[in-house]
Design a protein around this ligand. Structure first.
Ligand code: ATP
Length: 234
């Protein structure tokens, strides 16, 4: 059975329909990537799962329970944590305070606490007293990931963590993913960087204009098929 599943997920912003019946499954321990161009609906999908978008229809099931009508903090308390697009650090809080905010809503035992997050991203320990916003973009992204991990989530939703970062920084951040996976977490990464998505994921979904246009294991998907699903067939 899938740990997380959406079936026929549809979402609106007012009259504008952003998702058209999206089916997604995530097994325990699996990493799934959602790729697609600007505006394809990737962020809307993540936000619908996390309960942030209230105008979503269709089924979202987590661990056998329907969560579609739940509020974001209830969903987070169940064990779904989001690394939002744009990092969204608390600007007046230090690195350490930002991390501690992640543990606030869900107090469960698990591998992630300050010490283990600092092991994962040692630079954050050096910077722990500084305001999060004084950090570089890559370091801020590490804080955002660390903050989500502090809730010891069963599902980690990562929205475009590469956005605006230099390739070497992106590589450093993704280098942390094997250790996150080792703890048993299931992960959804939303990426515009196709190469990165193919490297990290067990399965990939490509979206275009609010629909999933291609799904498969990275080794099954040809460059041409991905190109057509991403940009539309010529
Ligand atoms: P990006 O890489 O730009 O984040 P995305 O694939 O995540 O792209 P979404 O942000 O989910 O795409 O956007 C899907 C569609 O919904 C786009 O057409 C976008 O313009 C529209 N949209 C997103 N947010 C809103 C909003 N708050 N109000 C109205 N329309 C929105």
């Amino acid at each position: 059975m899938a740990l997380l599943e959406t079936r026929g997920l549809t979402a609106f912003y007012g009259d504008f329909q952003a998702l058209f019946g999206v089916d997604l499954t995530l097994a325990e321990g699996e990493t799934v990537a959602v790729i697609g161009a600007n505006g394809a609906g990737k962020t809307t999908l993540m936000r619908s799962i996390a309960g942030v978008i209230r105008q979503a229809l269709g089924m979202v099931r987590f661990d056998g329970r329907e969560i579609g009508a739940m509020a974001p903090d209830e969903i987070m308390a169940l064990g779904i944590a989001m690394v939002p697009e744009g990092r969204k650090l608390f600007p007046s809080l230090s690195v350490e305070e930002n991390l501690l905010m992640g543990a606030h809503r869900r107090k469960v035992a698990g591998p992630w606490r300050l010490e283990t997050v600092y092991d994962l991203f040692p630079i954050l320990k050096e910077r722990r007293g500084q305001p999060g916003t004084a950090l570089s973009g890559g370091q801020q992204q590490m804080v955002s990931i660390g903050r989500a991990l502090m809730s010891n989530p069963r599902v980690l939703l990562c929205d475009e963590i590469s956005l605006g970062l230099a390739p070497v920084v992106i590589r450093d951040i993704y280098a942390a993913f094997p250790r996150i996976r080792e703890t048993g977490a299931s992960i959804v990464v939303v990426e515009q960087d196709i190469g990165q998505a193919l490297k990290v994921a067990d399965r990939v979904h490509c979206m275009m204009e609010g629909r999933v246009t291609l799904s498969g294991r990275p080794e099954e998907l040809s460059r041409e098929a991905i190109h057509d699903a991403y940009f539309g067939a010529a």
